[in-house]
Design a protein around this ligand. Sequence first.
Ligand code: PEP
Ligand code: MN
Length: 290
Amino acid sequence: MLDTWTVRPKEEKVRSASQSLVSKRSDESTVVWVGDIPIGGSEVVVMAGPCSVETREQVTSTAMAVRGLGASILRGGAYKPRTSPYDFQGLGVEGLKLLREAGDIAGMPIVTEVMSEDDVPVVCDYADMIQVGARNMQNFALLKKLAKVRRPILLKRGASATVKEWLSAAEYILHGGNGDVVLCERGIKTFDSSLRNTLDLAGVALIKEMTHLPVIVDPSHATGKRSLVGKCARAAIAVGADGVIVEVHPDPDNAWSDGAQSLTFENFEELMEGLRAPLRTVQAEMALTL
Ligand code: PEP
Ligand code: MN
């Protein structure tokens, strides 16, 4: 007969040990630096840029626009994980070069996705921060490789991943030697298909209680719908996120990917106005008067 009394405690020990580096042990939170931008400090960080890098003009004009409106990190995909093989797959190295150039012109560090282990060196050559996309959150070989690079990692939550699995994925990177991990909630799959995904804001509040790592929210992929991006960005900050990452395009209707959720420059200006009210200060003041 199986001796459950000896098996169970062992399993639990392994489970808790597997998430020890990411766990919050005190009130202290980790600040992750991307170039000269701190994530996880007192300031809310806004990362913005196109879903895909398309042309020099498209990415540079977007960089200049979002920088002027207060974004501090430029995003853009050169390697695109697309559901269909017939959809635009990204410009690859050419896209990395254009994103780097745009970031340098606008004076912004850049974040971009790496999809395969083979591309890690070239992406590290160009990018200041490396994104692990939702589809690769449990690509453990990729996570182990990224644990060895000297670049901060933006770890997106898998669309069907639990909060614990997401934390365990981060644990792989910390365990392997890279402590600079920022977590990103980007919506999960639920029974409700009204939107592209379901933004798990309670999951954000929860994971902030569980880990010392910074956590940001991607309301673009979470909703798939332009009109909801600004509202969900505000909500994300209100529940304690350290920042947001949003898609912006000069002409969203003609974007090569994710146009429906991409903001125009004007929409992005409105989003920034909505965030400009220093929400954390307001919350702190409210707490004092309650
Ligand atoms: C993206 O950031 O463009 C992207 C593909 O994100 P996700 O991995 O969250 O779908
Ligand atoms: Mn996208």
